[in-house]
Write a protein that binds this ligand. Structure first.
Ligand code: GRF
Length: 214
């Protein structure tokens, strides 16, 4: 069968701000490191600079304002926008909202998030600052599946980043961000490849074939 006839996985990226990870995803879909298609970028903030990056790349964008809406109501709207575009994998890239089970259940094992620490250390906001203030010698980047627990889902990929003696929180955050831009496309492609499975909390390689049973 011609590869043209095989439907490509469709990615939806949710952002709230700068969108540098979105840019890394755009670049990786362009040069083939990610084999999915970017179907839509959705922001809850109308002035998110990431929206310009998406428009410049010719990607469909939507702004869904979360204000004056109940969380479930908002999440249902998000799901509708994504399903309408046949999105199969959702990538959170600096999306500053907690997601309810309405959203999570709509995309089982198909929502990824990137977090700037080696989880489970330093969940929540300002993770590079938390790590720097704590005085750890190593921190890093985690890409994980999203569950109802904040920054707590099964880990797909992790990379360490050293903390240097002369770092401040900003220089550390910049070094972590550089690593994020490398790791997120790798983790997305791993998920798309389908060569993985969940064993409890563990994301492990899928056996190539059924074990031989005499
Ligand atoms: C990144 O550090 C990401 O890990 C975190 O939010 C930040 C988003 O940055 N979840 P950007 O908008 O992708 O530049």
């Amino acid at each position: 069968m011609s590869s043209e006839l095989v439907a490509k996985p469709r990615l939806g990226v949710l952002i709230s701000g700068r969108g540098s990870n979105l840019q890394a995803i755009i670049d990786a879909t362009r040069d083939g490191r990610i084999t999915g298609e970017l179907a839509v970028v959705i922001s809850n903030q109308a002035n998110a600079p990431g929206l310009e990056r998406a428009k410049k790349a010719g990607i469909d964008v939507a702004v869904l304002d979360h204000r004056r809406k109940r969380r479930e109501e908002y999440d249902e709207e998000l799901v509708r926008e994504l399903k309408r575009r046949a999105v199969t994998l959702v990538c959170l890239a600096g999306f500053m909202r907690l997601l309810s089970s309405r959203f999570i259940d709509a995309f089982p094992d198909a929502i990824l998030n990137i977090h700037p620490s080696l989880l489970p250390a330093f969940p929540g906001i300002n993770a590079p600052y938390q790590a720097w203030e704590h005085g750890v010698k190593w921190t890093g980047v985690t890409v994980h599946l999203v569950t109802a627990e904040l920054d707590g889902g099964p880990i797909v990929a992790q990379e360490p980043v050293p903390v240097k003696d002369d770092d401040d929180a900003e220089t550390l955050a910049a070094r972590i961000l550089e690593k994020e831009h490398h790791l997120y496309p790798v983790a997305i492609q791993r998920l798309l490849s389908g060569d993985w499975m969940l064993s409890g909390r563990r994301v492990i390689p899928k056996p190539l074939r059924e074990p031989f049973r005499p």
